[in-house]
Design a protein around this ligand. Structure first.
Ligand code: FES
Length: 126
């Protein structure tokens, strides 16, 4: 089993998700087994204004641990990340970063500030 620990800069309680990447997709947004797919599929909201189609930056996460277990970032993802507020060297788009290692131990931080602060999905997921 792989794990993702999710830390929210907003102060929400941390979440730890255990999952088997081979069971992806867990829902319908983002690449199968992406951080977005895993979080949404396990009841953890991550903003995703474009529906997980690599066309915004609202799913920005900072990978604190386990980046080697993730797929490489595409040029399109890197171009978008350049526009993300609070960009770090380990930033990824949650909808594009796919967990490829079935025993991965990943830690991500969800930044407090994103461009799209208003998202209908945020209201319906609580
Ligand atoms: S949800 Fe828009 S780029 Fe990931």
């Amino acid at each position: 089993m792989a794990t993702i620990r999710v830390i929210f800069e907003s102060g929400e309680p941390e979440r730890v998700i255990e999952f088997d990447p081979a069971e992806a997709p867990f829902q319908h947004d983002g690449r199968p087994a992406s951080i977005l797919d895993i979080l949404l599929g396990h009841g953890v909201l991550l903003e995703h204004a474009c529906g997980g189609n690599c066309a915004c930056t609202t799913c920005h996460v900072i990978v604190k641990r386990g980046s080697g277990a993730l797929s490489e970032a595409s040029e399109q993802e890197e171009d978008l990340l350049d526009k993300a507020p609070g960009l770090t060297p380990t930033s990824r788009l949650g909808c594009q970063a796919v967990v490829e290692d079935p025993s991965a131990e990943i830690v991500v931080v969800v930044p407090r500030f994103i461009i799209n602060q208003v998202c209908e999905c945020a209201r319906s997921a609580t």
